[in-house]
Design a binder for this molecule. Structure first.
Ligand code: FMN
Length: 162
């Protein structure tokens, strides 16, 4: 079952975390997953994906204009309706607006009729409520949470769509 982690990344942090999510997705039986930048979309892959997670660097306490523009204009043509959606971000500061950025992505997904998911708090540690946020100077410490988040997204997608 195909899954996609889409990202915008100017300096590589968000790309790195997208790749970690994909490595977590791939640990679920039957999962096929790819990370791709918004400028390098594999159209057939994303259209066939049952789960799409979208990631952005946090700019001015929200998502970057590049991801906002992509969500508003390109995303629709990949048929997001009825698919599992998730959000992730990277930021410099723990209080720098990461959660607000996640909400913006999830709100766009709701508008497109996606089924938003993260695993929430019920699956234990790492507790990920809306989605994972990586801090630029602590990315190595955050890798495990992103990987487990990817695994949770993948398992739920397979459970619902198998
Ligand atoms: C224009 C600009 C605005 C930013 N605004 C914020 C911000 O409001 N809060 C924050 O925590 N980090 C902010 N950052 C830092 C980035 O979110 C952070 O370095 C991120 O990991 C970069 O991701 P990337 O390497 O994928 O491009 C900003 C960076 C830039 C370039």
């Amino acid at each position: 079952m195909k899954m996609t982690a889409v990202y915008y990344s100017k300096t590589g942090n968000t790309k790195k975390m997208a790749e970690e999510i994909v490595s977590g997705m791939l640990t679920a039986d039957g999962a096929e997953a790819k990370a791709m930048g918004i400028d390098d979309i594999d159209e057939n892959w994303i259209k066939e994906s049952k789960c799409i997670v979208v990631g952005s660097p946090i700019y001015m306490a929200d998502i970057s204009s590049e991801i906002k523009n992509w969500l508003e204009n390109a995303f629709m043509k990949y048929g997001p309706m009825g698919k599992i959606g998730g959000a992730f971000a990277t930021a410099d500061y723990i209080h720098g607006g990461g959660e607000l950025g996640l909400r913006t992505i999830l709100d766009h997904m709701m508008v497109f009729g996606m089924l938003t998911y993260s695993g929430g708090g019920v699956l234990g540690k790492p507790v990920v409520h809306l989605g994972p946020v990586g801090w630029a100077n602590h990315l190595e410490e955050n890798l495990e949470a992103f990987r487990i988040y990817g695994q949770r997204m993948s398992k739920m997608t397979i459970e619902l769509f198998k």
